[in-house]
Design a protein around this ligand. Structure first.
Ligand code: ZN
Length: 107
Protein backbone atom coordinates (compact mmCIF):
# COMPACT_ATOMS: atom_id res chain seq x y z
CA UNK A 1 0.00 0.00 0.00
CA UNK A 2 2.41 2.64 -1.15
CA UNK A 3 0.08 4.75 -3.23
CA UNK A 4 -1.26 8.19 -2.43
CA UNK A 5 -2.25 9.19 0.21
CA UNK A 6 -0.51 6.39 2.09
CA UNK A 7 2.91 7.45 0.84
CA UNK A 8 2.62 10.96 2.31
CA UNK A 9 4.07 12.14 5.59
CA UNK A 10 0.67 13.69 6.36
CA UNK A 11 -0.90 10.23 6.27
CA UNK A 12 1.95 8.72 8.30
CA UNK A 13 1.35 11.32 11.01
CA UNK A 14 -2.40 10.77 10.93
CA UNK A 15 -1.99 6.99 11.09
CA UNK A 16 0.36 7.29 14.06
CA UNK A 17 -2.00 9.67 15.85
CA UNK A 18 -4.93 7.30 15.32
CA UNK A 19 -3.03 4.22 16.49
CA UNK A 20 -1.81 6.00 19.60
CA UNK A 21 -5.33 7.29 20.37
CA UNK A 22 -6.96 3.91 19.57
CA UNK A 23 -4.35 1.14 19.82
CA UNK A 24 -6.89 -1.69 19.83
CA UNK A 25 -8.74 -3.16 16.84
CA UNK A 26 -12.23 -1.61 16.82
CA UNK A 27 -14.24 -4.58 15.42
CA UNK A 28 -12.42 -7.00 17.74
CA UNK A 29 -13.19 -4.75 20.72
CA UNK A 30 -16.89 -4.89 19.76
CA UNK A 31 -16.62 -8.66 20.16
CA UNK A 32 -14.96 -8.23 23.54
CA UNK A 33 -11.42 -8.97 22.37
CA UNK A 34 -8.46 -6.67 22.80
CA UNK A 35 -6.35 -7.16 19.69
CA UNK A 36 -3.55 -4.72 18.87
CA UNK A 37 -4.32 -2.68 15.76
CA UNK A 38 -1.69 -1.94 13.15
CA UNK A 39 -3.94 -0.74 10.34
CA UNK A 40 -5.87 2.50 10.05
CA UNK A 41 -8.93 2.33 7.84
CA UNK A 42 -10.97 5.14 6.29
CA UNK A 43 -14.54 4.79 7.56
CA UNK A 44 -15.66 6.42 4.33
CA UNK A 45 -13.44 5.13 1.54
CA UNK A 46 -11.55 7.70 -0.50
CA UNK A 47 -12.97 6.00 -3.59
CA UNK A 48 -16.46 6.82 -2.29
CA UNK A 49 -15.65 10.49 -1.84
CA UNK A 50 -14.20 10.25 1.66
CA UNK A 51 -11.60 12.71 2.91
CA UNK A 52 -8.11 11.21 2.45
CA UNK A 53 -7.01 12.98 5.66
CA UNK A 54 -10.12 12.95 7.81
CA UNK A 55 -10.43 13.71 11.53
CA UNK A 56 -9.50 10.80 13.80
CA UNK A 57 -13.13 9.87 14.43
CA UNK A 58 -13.49 9.16 10.70
CA UNK A 59 -10.72 6.60 10.88
CA UNK A 60 -10.81 3.16 12.41
CA UNK A 61 -8.00 1.18 14.00
CA UNK A 62 -8.04 -2.42 12.83
CA UNK A 63 -6.04 -5.62 13.05
CA UNK A 64 -4.92 -7.11 9.71
CA UNK A 65 -7.56 -9.84 9.69
CA UNK A 66 -10.49 -7.47 10.37
CA UNK A 67 -9.15 -5.11 7.73
CA UNK A 68 -8.99 -7.92 5.17
CA UNK A 69 -12.60 -8.89 5.94
CA UNK A 70 -13.80 -5.31 5.70
CA UNK A 71 -11.95 -4.71 2.44
CA UNK A 72 -13.48 -7.81 0.87
CA UNK A 73 -16.99 -6.92 2.09
CA UNK A 74 -17.06 -3.23 1.25
CA UNK A 75 -14.22 -2.13 -0.99
CA UNK A 76 -14.32 -4.96 -3.54
CA UNK A 77 -17.08 -5.68 -6.06
CA UNK A 78 -19.37 -8.49 -4.95
CA UNK A 79 -18.89 -7.87 -1.24
CA UNK A 80 -21.99 -8.08 0.93
CA UNK A 81 -21.31 -4.81 2.75
CA UNK A 82 -21.05 -6.37 6.19
CA UNK A 83 -17.79 -4.96 7.45
CA UNK A 84 -17.43 -6.86 10.71
CA UNK A 85 -18.38 -10.49 11.17
CA UNK A 86 -19.97 -11.98 14.19
CA UNK A 87 -22.08 -10.86 17.08
CA UNK A 88 -21.32 -9.10 20.33
CA UNK A 89 -22.21 -10.04 23.88
CA UNK A 90 -25.78 -8.92 23.31
CA UNK A 91 -26.22 -11.37 20.44
CA UNK A 92 -26.61 -8.57 17.91
CA UNK A 93 -24.36 -8.12 14.89
CA UNK A 94 -21.27 -6.10 15.80
CA UNK A 95 -21.42 -4.09 12.61
CA UNK A 96 -23.71 -1.04 12.96
CA UNK A 97 -24.14 -1.03 9.18
CA UNK A 98 -25.37 -4.64 9.18
CA UNK A 99 -28.69 -4.94 7.27
CA UNK A 100 -30.21 -6.12 10.56
CA UNK A 101 -30.13 -2.52 11.75
CA UNK A 102 -31.83 -1.30 8.62
CA UNK A 103 -29.13 0.34 6.68
CA UNK A 104 -26.21 2.53 6.36
CA UNK A 105 -24.95 3.74 9.71
CA UNK A 106 -21.51 5.27 9.93
CA UNK A 107 -19.04 3.63 12.33
ZN1 ZN B 1 -9.72 -7.16 14.61
Amino acid sequence: MADWPYNTSQWQRLRKAKLSASPVCHPCSLRGRAVPANTVDHVKAIASGGDPFPPLDQLMSMCPSCHAVKTAAVDKPGGDGVRFRGTGFDGLPVDPSHPFFGGDTPV
